[in-house]
Design a protein around this ligand. Sequence first.
Ligand code: ARG
Length: 446
Amino acid sequence: MREINASIPFDKALWRQDIRASKAHARMLGKTGIISEKDCAAILEGLDKIEAEFATNGVPEDWDLEDIHMTTESRLAELIGPAAGRLHTARSRNDQVATDFKLWVDGALWSAQAALSALQQALVTRAGEHADSVMPGFTHLQTAQPVTLGHHLMAYYEMFERDISRICSASVHLSACPLGSAALAGTGFPIDRDMTAEELGFSNGPTRNSLDAVSDRDFALDYLFFASQCALHLSRLAEELILWASQPFGFVKMPDTLSTGSSIMPQKKNPDAAELVRGHAGRIIGCTTALMVTMKGLPLAYSKDMQDDKPPVFEAAGLLELCIAAMTGMIADCHFNTERMRQAAELGYATATDLADWLVREADIPFREAHHITGAAVKLAERKGIALDELALDELRAIDSRIDERVYAALSVESSVAARASYGGTAPEQVRMQVAAARKALGMED
Ligand code: ARG
């Protein structure tokens, strides 16, 4: 029983929140006269001492005390005697743990936000450097149209921007304070729940339903949903870097500090950090699944199953923090081989759409017909093993006589990207505009 019951091995991570919430509760009990001023002062002094002890020596792990709440209370009794027993008036571990955990999750959300803005800053910096660098854009991982590297990097800026907005909404959802809900039904003591909610920084005041308050773990799931989505984004970026670092691509050289060598093949440099970011996404998603399954069949109100809410959240938060930091380093310090990217953009007839668009624009040919004419030109170039703009004018005119020499200007990869200047498009001028807006939003000075 001791072993299956104990949560102290992991919930000791909540010690700061537990002491903070206990202080708020004690002050409220003192202010409302539920406990004496003297007992209140003794409790607060004792909690200060415990805080200092835990900060220097760590939290002791006694399984008989089950969890962080009992650990703190029992130490308080050792320090101040019987008055310690008054702290638990008008509360239960059920509202206590919900309060502590909400405070912890809110902290984790905002530290993820700070880490993600650092990653966004790295992306925006590199995107600004590469607003003009041309690379192949893919659909189905087949060369589709040339794009700019800056545009590609800014796509990830947008994904992380959405993750940050999920942080903001998750933080709003956890902004009501469960403390004072007691075991499940509220309490008969004349407590002041607004006072504790305010002291603990819950902007939405006290929770409105005590049954919901002690059995709600939506806030933990919201954190995990955010973390999973963010991990997916990180994993997609990691996958691209891994692919680009592979020799047949050769688009990127990963920083040595975030790669490893092989123990047997001296020439190898492996993108381990990126691979682990990709791998950790699986574990973070696993944490989310674990808590959803834990919660799905629970009747109201608290059940002990809910003690299992913490390990997946702590694990996901630790992994996510590592992944964001590793990715920030990779983006900031990798070397993009722009020459190689440009060469790759010229392979695979990436400017075929530009030929079709030119026929529509300059010769007033309906797009479907232009598409057909372009297909014939690509086929011819393929047969000859040359690029589209290496076809002679005669050869192009033999396919369609409405083509003239001005077409060549449209067929270079540079003019292809420059032409895609619609809002949100890949043209360097569009990328520069988006980079400037992002820099402003991130508070990066110019
Ligand atoms: N260790 C418990 C948890 O983490 C604290 C709440 C215990 N409540 C109870 N009624 N046994 O969930």
